[in-house]
Write a protein that binds this ligand. Structure first.
Ligand code: ADP
Ligand code: MG
Length: 329
């Protein structure tokens, strides 16, 4: 099973940023309202994530580290309409197969916390008491210490940290109601309070994407009653377009995705107004019935398949096109 874990780890754990992504997803799935992320040496030496979510039961702690153990999918039908960010039950198993992992957790029902550890090949998880408020702390040390070939592919600490920051940025854009704190080598890098309301959200956007983006961006919120689709967020003016596609964020039911259908619809909507080679900037949220979108396409869960892609495409295109047409000078 350890070999299988390491192979699977190759698919979900590519670099520190992918570890942070998986751990953040778990915290959000656990209903956390605050997540503290401590990083050392770009995440290669240490990734520590503490949340105030509902925690893991003492009995389930060791199980959480084993492959395909997920508490989120109870039956096959659940896979048809995944409501959580995680569902494959392989992140913690994969991470612990290529790093030294410690999991400390306490549920609301317990009066003490418990800890398990796993280290690369020695998957035996030992349960011991620990001190911790309600919630979970996951510590991942020495990533790829036992897979030197993979470790060689890591870039400088600075580069790895930039990737990791980008992951946190995306999560912070997907959950305005959650506080995110980030430290690197003991220095505070990001401190985001939970926000509510359009103005407060725009302040978070300004601190994540720069004030220039939000100063020119247009807010939209359009629902189609008949199909149950809703598209909201902010789109940049055609004149603001950057030369690189670095400010394009599209979330489907709270999950950041890359998708051909979406990309095409957005491009088409901007087609009349955008100069060749330019990239529109946007932060958009599509919400729809989870049964209409398949997220079980790839281990990283970045890809989706819409069950009615024509409908989704046309809704995005028409909604954006209407807004963009109004912006024309
Ligand atoms: P998945 O998220 O796909 O279920 P993971 O390997 O990421 O699989 O996590 C395994 C299980 O461990 C989860 O299903 C969940 O029950 C538990 N778990 C992991 N992290 C947390 C957390 N921060 N808070 C509460 N439970 C957690
Ligand atoms: Mg997970």
């Amino acid at each position: 099973p350890q070999l299988a874990n390491q192979i699977a780890a190759g698919e979900v754990v590519e670099r520190p940023a992918s570890v942070v992504k998986e751990l953040l997803e778990n915290s959000l799935d656990a209903g956390a309202r605050k997540v503290d992320v401590d990083i050392e040496s770009g995440g290669i030496k240490l990734i520590r994530l503490r949340d105030d979510g509902f925690g893991i039961d003492k009995e389930d702690l060791a199980l959480a580290l084993s492959r395909h153990a997920t508490s989120k999918i109870l039956q096959l039908e659940d896979l048809e309409a995944v409501a959580s960010l995680g569902f494959r039950g392989e992140a913690l198993a994969s991470i612990s197969s290529v790093a030294r992992l410690s999991l400390i957790s306490r549920t609301a029902q317990q009066d003490a916390a418990w800890q398990v550890r796993a280290e690369g090949r020695d998957m035996e998880a030992v349960l011991s008491p620990a001190a911790h408020p309600q919630g979970t702390t996951v510590e991942v040390r020495d990533l790829f210490f036992n897979t030197p070939a993979r470790r060689k592919f890591l870039k400088t600490e600075q580069t790895e940290f930039r990737h990791l920051e980008e992951v946190i940025k995306r999560m912070a854009l997907s959950r305005f109601d959650v506080a995110f704190n980030l430290q690197h080598n003991g220095r505070r890098v990001q401190q985001l309070r939970p926000v509510d309301g359009e103005q407060a959200r725009e302040r978070r956007l300004a601190s994540l994407l720069g004030a220039a983006f939000i100063e020119q961006a247009v807010h939209l919120d359009v629902s189609a009653e008949a199909s149950g689709l809703r598209l909201w967020g902010w789109i940049g003016l055609p004149t603001y377009s950057r030369s690189q596609a670095d400010q394009q964020y599209f979330f489907v039911n709270g999950r950041i995705i890359r998708d051909k259908v979406v990309t095409h619809a957005v491009r088409q909507a901007y087609a009349d107004v955008l100069f060749h080679g330019r990239h529109p900037a946007f932060v958009l949220y599509l919400e729809l019935d989870p049964a209409l979108v398949d997220v079980n396409v790839h281990p990283t869960k970045h890809e989706v398949r819409f069950r009615e892609s024509r409908l989704v495409h046309d809704f995005i295109f028409r909604t954006l096109h209407r807004v963009i047409a109004d912006l024309r000078p």
